[in-house]
Design a protein around this ligand. Structure first.
Ligand SMILES: Nc1nc2c(ncn2[C@@H]2O[C@H](COP(=O)(O)OP(=O)(O)OP(=O)(O)O)[C@@H](O)[C@H]2O)c(=O)[nH]1
Ligand SMILES: [Mg+2]
Length: 236
């Protein structure tokens, strides 16, 4: 069995955290989960601490305050690389948009890839429950980003990704420009430059039903500029 650490960033996910953890541990026998929480005012961190009695393979990385998804992931990835020994690292949202039932299919693809993207934009992939403006923004943004960056991935902004620790370990985490969705795009670009072999597995992404959205105009505008930064980084 492949050893896997699921990294789960949380900010105010108290409504979702117990459900998502239960689903992960049922679908991926032997998984370790590292929750990285930015001191959520709704007590998500406290809830995770309580659940550690039930789940011995559950760990919590506590951060001082909300600094964005990119910073939380960076700290968690470095923690896994320096202090944990799982071979595969999975990043996913805690709001039930990413279904843990897809993880076994993603694990199968690791036979031939070092990064497996849970993808809304390959045959069989879909998004359920989003308003038209978010569907257009995401689909259009992904086409735009792929054309500008030239990266061979259809879901560049998707946050459901399984990565081998060796390729993750080649990345310079001190050199990221982005913090929102664009962090995920920049991560995929860096993985590509580090020689990762990508595969995409179709997923159904469901809009959150519990908790609040954290999408902001800053996150959207960062996503417009990021593909150009990625394209020209190191070239001028
Ligand atoms: N630790 C940490 N987690 C965050 C932060 N911002 C978002 N998250 C978590 O990252 C995941 C993705 O964020 P979401 O708010 O779901 O973003 P989204 O899926 O683009 O948008 P909505 O589902 O509409 O909210 C969720 O598990 C969030 O709780 C942050 O600043 N710090
Ligand atoms: Mg979400």
């Amino acid at each position: 069995m492949k050893k896997i650490c699921v990294v789960l960033p949380t900010y105010n996910e108290r409504e979702n955290i117990e459900t998502i953890l239960g689903k992960i541990f049922i679908n991926v026998v032997g998984a370790t989960v590292l929750v990285v929480d930015d001191n959520s005012p709704d007590g998500t961190g406290v809830a995770v601490e309580g659940l550690r009695k039930k789940y011995p393979n559950l760990f919590l990385l506590k951060r001082k305050g909300k600094e964005g998804l990119g910073k939380a992931y960076t700290e968690a990835f470095l923690h896994v690389l320096q202090k944990m020994d799982q071979e595969w690292v999975l990043m996913m949202d805690a709001d039930l948009s990413h279904n843990p039932e897809h993880i076994p299919e993603m694990l199968k693809k690791t036979m031939s890839a070092s990064v497996v993207v849970g993808s809304r934009y390959v045959d069989g992939g879909k998004t359920v429950g989003w308003e038209l403006w978010r569907r257009v923004l995401s689909r259009g943004g992904n086409i735009y980003a792929r054309i500008v960056t030239g990266l061979p991935v259809r879901d560049l902004t998707g946050g459901f990704n399984l990565m081998h620790r060796d390729v993750l370990g080649k990345i310079d985490f001190s050199d990221f420009d982005a913090s929102g969705y664009a962090f995920i795009m920049e991560l995929k670009s860096k993985l590509h430059k580090a020689g990762a072999k990508f595969a995409e597995v179709p997923i159904t992404f469901r809009n959150r039903t519990g908790g609040e959205s954290k999408i902001s105009s800053h996150i959207i505008s960062e996503g417009v500029v990021a593909p150009w930064r990625i394209r020209f980084k190191g070239k001028c």
